[in-house]
Design a protein around this ligand. Structure first.
Ligand code: GCU
Length: 837
């Protein structure tokens, strides 16, 4: 009962909407709080209100009050009393307080807790603020140990990239509209911006690019530059510098010049003038982010100039002001890729474009490289470009936005995926070259101070920031990992869970277990063995659609035919991509025998009957993995249900909805992928499960009233290839069937399709008794619009648990169409306990 009692002390009547994320400063239970030795005052060694040290003083006051219920005064000059003193090395020295800090690096800090004396010393103001958050994190987790240590960042660049559009939408946004923009202007209310900056500062993020890489030049208008200054002012007290994405063609499209040639004098002058104006508004602007010559964006290649000519144009404009240019390596031409050519490969593009340019970039250019060579897939090998940028600073681009990873509707804890990249030893020139600790730290190629991390984030106006509470662990973990890529991903999770949900052991163990199971499960039910996330490449990148990957120029091919699958990327017979790695790594990926199973189909084209190192064939691995993944996802709602009285009601219910949805959608994935490859290869599942659904009553086999039977596209997203849709959309329809299973207690799951242009209504009956009613409103509950079609995005299910059923009972769904939503039904599953079908 400890948990219940604990919640009572927190006053859980107050709804927790997630806005404070991991910075809730929830009051510790009295008997724990009593053990804390609390200083009696806070001394912040800066009086300027916009300074991070001042902010830190206020934050310490708020945090200690929240966590321990003690109201401390904040003062700004040294007094003789037991206190928390916070400041920079310089301000400690000026105040005459002797400190024994070791040499600190930029943004680093020293934290010393001895009895009721606490010293927080930053190398700079930002570092001091980080130290304050560290101390508060200890208190919030009831860690009252004495400590004295220094910590420094692994890398200087720890940025966020927002993909916010000027009209207020967010590219790949799943959590509401932008907190920065609306109607082509910067929002005047910066409250959410300040709150966001506070969260980011607490995880030691030091820069943010606020607009989409597919950039709109309207941000450069005078009014918007003033708005940018507003945002920078809101973020500066939190030690966060603001940067912006630029559109390469702006001199022409926005400035009215006849050209945007990067070597043209008028273009150079135009950009210099823009930079001067921007820096006049925001003197500490971090710099620029540029996507050029990619996916239809303009760039220097239009004028036969090199990408480095393009990058240097901005670098020179930013240089006098101390700014940097993050130049994206995500450059490829989707119009010329041709799958008929066995050697064509989008994965080759980045190295092909950038290898020759190493050494040609100005020294304030950082090439920003997505972690893998394609595009944030469920599994990719590390981008080989990191091995080629020896004279150029590089940063890795991660994606907290779960674009190909369940779009925040599926729980997927990302650090285990990131670790496969960050811990990878690239063996450049035969020497240790681990991505995180050697390359991104700047040590390997002597670029310290100019390397690091950027992460794409899609926070929106939603109170939970990311649309769902559990996804916030990814944002939290990102900051921790960018600071120290060797940090253990379970430890991060445990800290985050305690800070977000309190100290209860069951809560921590459950969330940690589910989160650690989540990426392997997602990989299992989406795309295995390095084949990528088998989603809709030309659509929203969400539900299953394996055939959409091929026969188009996007280059995310699987090359699946009736006998074989995978991309041959060998030098010997394929696209040559494997040869882009340094020798030892190239040799490993060149041979099937030495390529790890989980990347086999990334590097090799093999028959479905190829036997893996595990002893299974490729096709049997597909089948088994999909069953295993969906089975794991099915445990998530069950695991979460144990926290009913241990987590506040609002966050419990909201999370329960998403996990239940995920369990259903993972079955959609499982069945679609298995059905698709089974039909393509014509190879049976050894365990005879594929296309066999002993516990389902297919809608097309029911007695139908005002419903008609139809096929769907893609075919594999309907159980038994058929669904029913209402005839017209005004009359009531129904589908009924007699249950032929033995008497017992079952769960009833109804599989249907939830489109966004309409809200059909449904009611489930057992022998005329209503079991439950619902409407097709996932677009509201999930918070974003998935699709207008009956497909793998809209396929969903609702489950009613613990229903007493007798053989011969009649189950019936009554439905009413609405708008385009023709109340499409796929099947009703009658599930004995523990069965996932
Ligand atoms: C992906 C994503 C796009 C984005 C692009 C990029 O392709 O789907 O929305 O613009 O990456 O990173 O530039």
């Amino acid at each position: 009962m400890r948990g219940l009692w604990f919640l009572a002390t927190l006053g859980l009547a107050a709804a927790e909407d997630g806005l404070n994320a991991w910075l809730r400063y929830a009051r510790l239970p009295n008997q724990i709080a009593r053990q804390a030795i609390v200083p009696s005052a806070i001394i912040a060694l800066n009086t300027t209100e916009s300074s991070p040290v001042y902010t830190a003083g206020q934050e310490l006051q708020k945090g200690i009050n929240g966590i321990l219920g003690k109201q401390l005064d904040v003062s700004h000059e040294v007094k003789e009393c037991a206190s928390v003193v916070i400041g920079t090395v310089a301000s400690f020295n000026e105040s005459g307080i002797a400190i024994e800090t070791p040499e600190l690096e930029e943004d680093g800090f020293w934290l010393s807790v001895k009895g009721d004396n606490v010293e927080i010393v930053g190398q700079n103001e930002r570092g001091a603020l980080y130290g304050a958050f560290e101390y508060l994190s200890m208190l919030a987790q009831a860690n009252f140990t004495e400590v004295a240590y220094a910590t420094n960042p692994s890398a200087a660049i720890r940025w966020i990239n927002q993909w916010d559009n000027m009209d207020g939408t967010i590219e790949r946004g799943y959590a509401g509209l932008s907190i920065f923009f609306k109607n082509n202007t910067v929002l005047s209310n910066v409250t959410r911006v300040e709150q966001y900056a506070r969260l980011l500062a607490s995880i030691r993020v030091n820069g943010i690019v606020i607009n989409n890489v597919n950039a709109n030049a309207i941000l450069l208008s005078d009014a918007n530059m003033a708005g940018l200054a507003r945002i920078a002012d809101a973020m500066r007290p939190w030690g966060i510098k603001v940067g912006i994405s630029l559109n390469f063609a702006s001199p022409q499209t926005f400035g009215g010049l006849s050209t945007f040639d990067p070597l043209d004098e008028s273009v150079i002058a135009w950009w210099n003038n823009i930079a001067d104006k921007l820096y006049a508004q925001v003197p500490d602007l971090a710099g620029f982010l540029v996507k050029a010559n990619s996916e239809g964006q303009p760039g220097p290649i239009t004028y036969n100039r090199t990408l480095s000519d393009g990058a240097n144009l901005f670098a020179r404009a930013a240089k006098p002001h101390g700014g940097v240019v993050m130049f994206r390596a995500f450059v490829y031409d989707y119009q010329t890729l041709n799958e008929a050519n066995w050697k064509d490969d989008r994965a080759n593009a980045a190295v092909d474009f950038f290898r020759e340019l190493d050494g040609k970039f100005d020294d304030n250019v950082i090439v920003q490289v997505k972690y893998g060579p394609i595009d944030f897939q469920v599994r990719e090998p590390v981008s080989p470009l990191f091995a080629h940028l020896k004279e150029t600073a590089s940063a890795i681009e991660l994606q907290i936005t779960q674009e190909y990873l369940g779009q925040q509707c599926h729980l997927v804890y990302l650090p285990p995926l990131w670790k496969t990249i960050l811990d990878f030893d690239m063996r450049v020139d035969g020497e240790k070259s681990v991505i995180g600790t050697d390359i991104l730290s700047g040590k390997r190629f002597n670029k310290k101070g100019l390397t690091g991390y950027a992460a794409v984030v899609n926070v929106g106006q939603n109170a939970t920031w990311l649309g769902t509470h559990l996804s916030m662990s990814n944002l939290y973990a990102y900051g921790r990992i960018a600071w120290d890529p060797t940090v253990n991903e379970v430890e991060i999770l445990e800290d985050w869970t305690r800070l977000t949900f309190g100290l209860d052991d069951t809560v921590r163990e459950t969330i940690t277990r589910m989160s650690m199971e989540s990426w392997p499960a997602y990989e299992n039910y989406t795309g295995n063995l390095g084949i990528q996330t088998l989603t809709d490449i030309t659509g929203p990148h969400y539900g299953p659609n394996p055939q959409s990957m091929d026969n188009n120029p996007w280059g995310q091919w699987t090359r699946a035919d009736a006998f074989s699958i995978g991309m041959d990327r060998t030098v010997y017979n394929g696209t040559g991509y494997a040869g882009q790695y340094p020798d030892e790594v190239a040799a490993m990926y060149e041979e099937i025998e030495t390529t790890p199973d989980d990347l086999l189909l990334w590097f090799h084209h093999v028959p479905y009957t190829h036997v893996l190192k595990s002893g299974k064939t490729v096709i049997q691995h597909f089948y088994d993995a999909h069953y295993a993944g969906a089975e794991t996802a099915a445990t998530f709602p069950t695991q979460w249900s144990k926290l009913r009285n241990l987590v506040d009601k609002q966050r419990f219910d909201e999370t329960m909805f998403r996990l239940t949805y995920q369990a259903g959608h993972s079955i959609v994935w499982r069945d679609s992928i298995n059905q698709f490859y089974n039909s393509l290869s014509n190879i049976a599942d050894d365990h005879d499960r594929v296309n066999k659904h002993p516990w389902r009553i297919e809608a097309e086999n029911m007695t139908l009233k005002n419903y008609r039977v139809t096929a769907v596209t893609p075919f594999e997203v309907a159980s038994n290839l058929r669904v029913v849709q209402t005839i017209g959309n005004s009359t009531a329809a129904s589908a009924s069937a007699t249950i032929n299973y033995p008497n017992g207690v079952y769960d009833l799951a109804v599989a249907y399709y939830d489109l966004y242009e309409g809200k059909a209504s449904y009611e489930l009956f057992l022998n005329e008794k209503s079991i439950g009613k619902w409407i097709g409103d996932n677009e509201d509950k999930l918070g974003f619009t998935l699709t207008r079609g009956i497909d793998g995005h809209s396929a969903t299910r609702i489950t009613f648990k613990g229903i007493q059923i007798k053989k011969g009972d009649v189950v019936r769904v009554d439905a009413k169409a609405n708008g385009r939503e023709t109340a499409p039904l796929d099947y009703i599953a009658v599930l004995p306990p523990g069965v996932v079908d």
